[in-house]
Design a protein around this ligand. Structure first.
Ligand code: AMP
Length: 359
């Protein structure tokens, strides 16, 4: 339904990324409505329509009620996305949701990656080990996130068990990279082709889950390299919206690990740390508005995994920003995050201990 000057933006998904997009929409002249399930956390701030995201007809019916559509997760089948007025476009999402297509696309764009090989059988896996060397990581091509769908191999004898553990689905095998740091770059590209970048972010993971993001990661050479790479990716994909790319920094160069065609967990600090958050810039980009300044202050974000500290616990830290997604506590689940100015060293260390984010 076209609504004239105030665009109605439909988000496929109603989790915490949709929640923070909806929060960022409030001062903008846009309306946000989500497709999800009753009880999804975006319900706290936006209308959530019950939609089965695997059902192309239901998604098309949702899309017909908004001016344009965006996503909060790349794991929606591309068949469901065809024919929608979608930002970013279905091609970009289709590449990002398949680790093999994604790695090949990085190569096509002249961006280095870990050595990798496709794996469709146990035989392939044994041959792939010859390409990647050991140790290596077997990753499912689709539906992998937060370290899910990944098995590490130390020697050849691990192959059969690893293949069984991933359930014999199409995979890629990647050589383990001995990295100096893990960093990500977040950019937004508007409809006119204008691109803005945030500073590089240093990320610390534990068991495949992001725990800590520190911005900025100061390295002018790597910042320039990463920006050059994102320009190529964004332009080749005719991309509109926020794109995040995760890299391994190795000996002064970057190897791309994966890209997220959406706002990204490593950019949550931009809510307090930047003139314009990644959420606002995504909405601005897809709605055809001018992009906002990415001028940023040194900031640290800690993820709350499993349980959320209470307001009483965080109240003693006046410069801490507490984001509770309102989700039920569950082991391994992202239920919220805390943001600090980077100068709050003692508080950050204290909370890294409490959240076991330094593991
Ligand atoms: P991913 O889901 O691909 O982002 O993997 C989750 C985390 O596992 C990464 O952030 C890294 O810490 C680690 N990891 C994944 N792939 C590799 C690799 N090829 N070499 C070293 N570490 C990796």
């Amino acid at each position: 339904m076209m609504t004239g000057s105030r665009p109605r933006i439909g988000i496929l998904g109603a989790g915490q990324l949709a929640l923070m997009l909806a929060q960022a929409s409030k001062p903008l002249d846009v309306e946000v409505v989500c497709a999800g399930q009753p009880g999804d956390c975006a319900e706290q701030v936006a209308e959530v329509m019950p939609v089965d995201l695997d059902d192309a007809t239901a998604v098309a019916a949702f899309a017909a009620q908004v001016d344009l559509v965006t996503i909060e997760s790349e794991n929606i089948h591309v068949d469901v996305l065809q024919g929608l007025n979608l930002y970013p476009n279905a091609r970009a999402i289709g590449i990002a949701q398949d680790r093999l297509l994604e790695k090949r696309f990085f190569q096509e764009c002249g961006i280095g990656t870990a050595p990798f090989a496709p794996v469709d059988s146990l035989e392939d896996l044994k041959k792939a080990i010859a390409v990647t060397g050991l140790p290596a990581i077997l990753k499912t091509r689709r539906m992998g996130y937060d370290g899910k769908g990944q098995v590490r191999l130390r020697d050849l004898e691990d192959a059969a068990a690893a293949w069984e553990e991933v359930g014999g689905v199409p995979c890629i095998l990647e050589g383990m990279v001995s990295f100096d740091a893990e960093v990500s770059l977040i950019a937004a590209r508007g409809r006119t082709g204008k691109i803005v970048f945030y500073p590089l972010i240093e990320n610390h993971h534990c068991e495949g889950i992001l725990r800590t993001s520190i911005a900025p990661f100061v390295d002018e050479n790597l910042q320039r390299q990463a920006e050059r790479y994102l320009v190529v990716l964004l332009e080749k994909l005719e991309y509109v919206g926020v794109l995040a790319v995760e890299f391994f920094a190795v000996n002064g160069t970057l190897l791309a690990n994966e890209m997220a065609p959406r706002v990204h967990n490593s950019g949550h600090w931009t809510i307090e740390g930047s003139e314009t958050s990644q959420f606002e810039n995504h909405l601005r980009a897809i709605a055809g508005m001018e992009l906002g300044s990415t001028e940023s202050r040194p900031t640290v974000m800690l993820n709350c995994i499993g349980t959320m500290p209470t307001e009483k616990e965080t109240a003693a830290f006046p410069r801490l920003f507490r984001h509770d997604y309102g989700k039920e506590a569950r082991p391994g689940r992202k239920v919220g995050h805390l943001t600090f100015p980077a100068t709050e060293r003692a508080a950050i260390e204290e909370w890294q201990r409490r959240l076991q984010a330094d593991c």
